[in-house]
Design a protein around this ligand. Sequence first.
Ligand SMILES: Cc1cc2nc3c(=O)[nH]c(=O)nc-3n(C[C@H](O)[C@H](O)[C@H](O)COP(=O)(O)OP(=O)(O)OC[C@H]3O[C@@H](n4cnc5c(N)ncnc54)[C@H](O)[C@@H]3O)c2cc1C
Length: 423
Amino acid sequence: MRLANGSRVVIVGGGPAGSFCALQLLAGAKQLGLHLEVAIYEGRDFSRPGPGGCNKCAGVLSSSLIEQMRSIGLSIPPELVQARLNSYMLHFSSRMLQVERQPEQAQILSVYRGSGPRLDKGDLERSFDAWLLEQACQAGATLKRQQVEGVSPGEQPVVKTSKETFRADLVVIASGVNSRSPLDPAWGYSPPRCEVMAQNEIASLGTPLDEVVHIYFRQPAGLLFGALVPKGKFMNISLLGEQLPPRAVEKFLDFHSIVQGGQPLELQKPPLLCGCNPKVAIGAAKGYYNDRMVVIGDAAVTRLYKNGIGSAFTTAAAAARCAVQCGVGKVEFERKYRPVCEGIDRDNRYGHLLFEIWKSMRDRPLFRRCWQNALEAEENRPPSQQIHRSILWHMFTGDRSYQQIFWQTMSVSALLALARGAA
Ligand SMILES: Cc1cc2nc3c(=O)[nH]c(=O)nc-3n(C[C@H](O)[C@H](O)[C@H](O)COP(=O)(O)OP(=O)(O)OC[C@H]3O[C@@H](n4cnc5c(N)ncnc54)[C@H](O)[C@@H]3O)c2cc1C
């Protein structure tokens, strides 16, 4: 089962996974002198403000993703960049601690996935997803502004939209986890396990391009961490946790004294300008490939809580490589694509362990104090001796694998630093 000249490839979903896949399918086919008809089906218009035109995320692009994008000739235009992030300010109950990017650590950026908050009265923001989709279309993909209603198996998969029903040589499902999967149950696909998160946006009181991400650990119940990410005129509030309560963002703002522009400000409840409760995948899907069908991005597997757009790139690249170079049968995807997804899933097991350690730290004051002391003691040390700060930097930016971070956390020097913190 191989793609041939004129083969019809349908990509369901024009988020990052769909666009990255189109770009890499077309580039790979070009190298082999193969002409493919690649169509991306996307119901959303990313030039609209608010949740309807947005793929609902904090929009932090890790340094590893920026590198991956460069490797395929994509560099992010400056007008898309809402902030260049250089440090994380951690807010504990009684103290604050800043973890700064070291000169050798690459920069991370924040962008809008849609065109900004729903209630913004100013100019629309430039959307990362819209730009990425444009790149895919410029490379030769066709954008169809339609929702795919169903994809059923057959000798060639049958794709059904509200306007047409047709057969495809390959269907790539990049529909994320925030919509119902269009795959017919006969494919045997089951989506990943998900948690529901909370997000909103407030006006920024800091300087434009404020480069500090603020991280909070307490309240509302179930919170793993809450992040305030600067984005030009606004700040994105993203709460990640387990079974967050209703009105989580309001409860979060009620509890915390939000710090912006370096000054703690008891905000008199800033007006909330947007608001959504997106799902985030915390496990891997089952049955995510078959003859002439492959699932990529969040709908297959993603890195736990961080750098989901980076995982979308990785899975899209692996599926596209397999389809162009090896074939589009179940056997080929099993051999060439599955190991990549399993690698992400395996790494997430270290991620789950790290978040368990994190929760014990959060819930045990003595343990937390040792850790805070270890972090404070590192303040004036050379970067090579700032082991706990480096662990936190990699945890938040998602620019190292969880396995690497786990072993860094378990290293003799990290444990000795904790012991000194206890002393
Ligand atoms: C609160 C929160 C914060 C996050 N923060 C970050 C972050 O800072 N950095 C980061 O890298 N990741 C972050 N993520 C994860 C990131 O959003 C996802 O990993 C990423 O968007 C996955 O890309 P995707 O293309 O697989 O799916 P999506 O971005 O969800 O795109 C799927 C697309 O498919 C379309 N679609 C669905 N069904 C159909 C259909 N039947 N027909 C046509 N189109 C369809 C949808 O309209 C959508 O555009 C965050 C997630 C959450 C929930």
